[in-house]
Write a protein that binds this ligand. Structure first.
Ligand code: NAD
Length: 257
């Protein structure tokens, strides 16, 4: 992919949750490539550390917060680290998420429902809450929540996932309406099937499943994490200054049927 330079991003501060893998990792790398200072949040300490080492060796400025996004202390720590290490927070990407176990609604365990909602929805709420608390007094900031194509249509056998991703759009729109008068923006990106460890795990179950998935995609291929991160960075940048409360679908026309 050709590299885009956003002049307004240089030396700004970006917080990314779910930064240790997949789409979140691609966002962290792309912010770093724009010479942003990056605070990377994830519960996977080992992968965060490896990414931090790599970015630091290439002269980028970043730090990590290890924590679970379902705990309010993690959201507080992420924002505090932006302020204490770099004195500001300009962008936030709420990306940490899980698919959850596949089951019909009548077979879905309450514990699994609550686990997926806690990560995919409460995690985004807690992130937004503390990111906005810091951004509102500054009168600037752009936040992107990662929903999914599953936020627009029902996905049989993944009811907590689909419900959580629909609800992320409701949160995004509500937040955008609340903070637009204060000069802030909150948008959502809805990726289609993207080649990340989350999807690799599913398709590694057999070549037939992979053929089926690819066959259902108008492009005949999965998105790359970088293609999704590119949409996220555009929404954070000044190039999208009048885009607010928007649900940006990046799915290679999958939902156009
Ligand atoms: N890959 C896809 O096809 C696809 C499609 C649509 C939406 N999405 C969404 O994109 C986001 C990223 O997915 P991905 O494919 O990059 O997945 P991934 O599994 O590669 O990465 C997810 C990251 O989130 C972290 N994480 C999970 N639960 C956490 C928690 N409770 N606290 C802190 N960190 C946690 C994981 O450790 C991991 O590093 C998710 O919200 C997912 O729902 C992915």
């Amino acid at each position: 992919m050709a590299e885009v330079r956003y002049a307004d991003m240089k030396h700004k501060v970006a917080l990314v949750t779910g930064a240790a893998s997949g789409i979140g990792e691609a966002c962290a790398r792309q912010f770093a490539a724009q010479d942003c200072r990056v605070v990377m949040v994830d519960r996977n300490a080992e992968r965060l550390q490896a990414l931090l080492g790599e970015l630091s060796r290439s002269g980028k400025t970043a730090c990590t917060v290890v924590g679970d996004v379902t705990e309010e202390a993690t959201s507080v720590a992420g924002v505090d680290r932006c302020q204490s290490a770099y004195g500001r927070i300009d962008y936030a990407v709420n990306c940490a998420g899980v698919v959850g176990a596949s089951a019909s609604i009548d077979q879905t365990q309450l514990e699994e429902w609550e686990r997926v909602l806690a990560i995919n929805l409460t995690g985004v709420f807690l992130g937004l809450k503390h990111q906005l608390k810091a951004m509102i007094p500054a009168g600037r900031g752009s936040i992107v929540n990662i929903s999914s194509g599953a936020g627009l249509v029902g996905i049989p056998y993944l009811c907590p996932y689909s419900a959580s991703k629909h609800a992320v759009l409701a949160l995004t729109k509500t937040a955008a309406m609340e903070v637009a008068p204060k000069g802030l923006r909150v948008n959502a990106v809805l990726p289609g099937s993207t080649r990340t460890p989350m999807v690799e795990e599913a398709i590694s179950q057999g070549p037939e499943l992979e053929r089926q998935i690819l066959g259902s995609l108008p492009t005949g291929r999965l998105a790359t994490a970088d293609e999704i991160a590119a949409a996220v960075l555009w929404l954070c940048s000044e190039q999208s200054s009048y885009v607010n409360g928007h649900s940006l679908v990046a799915d290679g026309a999958f939902l156009c049927r």
